[in-house]
Design a protein around this ligand. Structure first.
Ligand SMILES: NC(=O)C1=CN([C@@H]2O[C@H](COP(=O)(O)OP(=O)(O)OC[C@H]3O[C@@H](n4cnc5c(N)ncnc54)[C@H](O)[C@@H]3O)[C@@H](O)[C@H]2O)[C@@H](O)CC1
Ligand SMILES: Nc1ncnc2c1ncn2[C@@H]1O[C@H](COP(=O)(O)OP(=O)(O)O)[C@@H](O)[C@H]1O
Length: 364
């Protein structure tokens, strides 16, 4: 069997490839033999995963000590990744003060909000979701996810005209009618209602900026229409924002070759935690710490899955998980649910897979 071992360039590549090196890489990529790359497929920028001229698509990449950003951001080029131990101690890696982490249970298991033995529902937080008048499915998907991830109570504030659609749907979600913004304010008055999600199916004709301002002092997730509504307005500091690329670009500059840098800059500029969705979902806090979740599947590319993710986020915030960690846990669990469903996934399937995945996690 033929095998190509690519050991030309590694993670330190600092310029675009030209000449003989580029020709060699292109020949490698065109050859039918599988490529095993050492450290990184030659031509990938180690910090961003961007292709600097040309890079082969490896079947396997063997790297050392710790994954580099490109291993997370360029899955189509790195293939399967093996981290080989060559004797670099964890303490040495720690001295480098890494600011980028991969989301996996080992990273956050100790921070997961398992209920205390003497917990009562109010101790597990109360999430409030803004319901829209037309796309009622989005807020319902989010509310269900918030309840499944463990929020003690979940309330949807629903326009009175469609209140019955929400109220007749599930017995475990509370529904309060809303005629005008004053009703929303009253829904938020109880300080135990500590986490709020605005955006999924919210309606761009609605006063979403004012509704967000009324949630001042609560843990906040802004998604979908709420992000669109904030274009040109100062974002609420401390919120968790969960855009897809389209929504991100309405608020911030997105450099496709440097998604990590773009998300970090957006988080710093807005003083919010940013979660940019995609095959590699990036979560960054204003201080530059970033976590990447890569366990999603392309079957997530279907309507409503982002609404589920926003619901997981607000459910975790209700349980007093910090925004960066909440985003990292939510994104990983979202991917794990998608894997359990497999092909044929629709958004409603995701939350139904959570109990089994949480049970596995709880068992360690
Ligand atoms: N069951 C439901 O009721 C659902 C309601 N939804 C709601 O529908 C409203 C509109 O949501 P949209 O997501 O269509 O938002 P928008 O219509 O605001 O944005 C979509 C636009 O952004 C562009 N874009 C660029 N990169 C993208 C990416 N990676 N993913 C998606 N779009 C990208 C698209 O080309 C498109 O033009 C929101 O309120 C949303 O919550 C959707 O979430 C689907 C499910
Ligand atoms: N190719 C893909 N690989 C992995 N995850 C994906 C892929 N495409 C979409 N996703 C995930 O699916 C979700 C889609 O969210 P979003 O675009 O907000 O959809 P919606 O608004 O319909 O709910 C995000 O969590 C995103 O990361």
């Amino acid at each position: 069997m033929q095998l190509i071992v690519d050991a030309l360039f590694g993670a330190g590549l600092a310029r675009d490839l030209t000449g003989d090196a580029r020709a060699l890489i292109e020949a490698m990529d065109a050859h039918p033999a599988p490529v095993v790359a050492i450290d990184l497929p030659s031509g990938l920028d180690g910090d961003s995963g961007a292709v600097r001229g040309a890079a082969p698509s490896a079947m396997l990449t063997v790297t050392f000590a710790r994954k580099k950003p490109a291993h997370l951001f360029a899955p189509a080029y790195v293939g399967d990744v093996v981290v080989a131990d060559i004797g670099i101690a964890d303490a040495i890696v720690a001295q480098l003060r890494p600011r980028l982490f991969e989301s996996a249970p080992a990273l956050w298991r100790d921070l997961f909000p398992w209920p205390a033995r003497d917990a009562h529902k109010y101790a597990r937080g109360h999430a409030v979701v803004w319901g829209g008048a037309q796309m009622t499915g989005a807020a319902r998907l989010a509310a269900h996810a918030a309840a499944r991830i463990g929020a003690g109570l979940v309330t949807i504030s629903a326009p009175r005209d469609v209140w019955s659609i929400y109220a007749l749907w599930r017995a475990d979600i509370l529904v309060e009618p809303r005629d005008e913004l004053g009703d929303w304010k009253r829904t938020l008055e109880d300080p135990r209602r500590n986490a709020v999600l605005i955006g999924p199916g919210a309606g761009l004709d609605q006063p979403l900026v004012a509704a967000t301002e009324m949630a001042d002092g609560k843990q906040l997730v802004l998604d979908a229409d709420a992000l669109t509504a904030f274009a040109g307005h100062a974002l609420p500091r401390g919120a968790l924002l969960t855009p897809h690329d389209g929504e991100f670009k309405r608020l911030f500059a997105l450099d496709g070759a440097d998604r990590l840098g773009s998300v970090r800059r957006a988080a710093a500029a807005s003083a919010c935690t940013l979660l940019l969705k995609g095959p590699a979902t990036i979560i960054a806090s204003p201080d530059g710490t970033a976590i990447v979740s890569t366990n999603g599947t392309p079957y997530l590319a279907t309507a409503g899955t982002g609404d589920v993710l926003a619901g997981l986020c607000v459910g975790l915030l209700a349980q007093q998980v910090a925004p960066l960690v909440a985003g990292a846990i939510a994104a990983w669990l979202h991917g794990a649910c998608a894997r359990r469903v497999g092909p044929g996934l629709v958004a409603q399937d995701l939350s139904e897979r959570l109990p089994a995945i949480l049970a596995d996690l709880a068992c360690g």
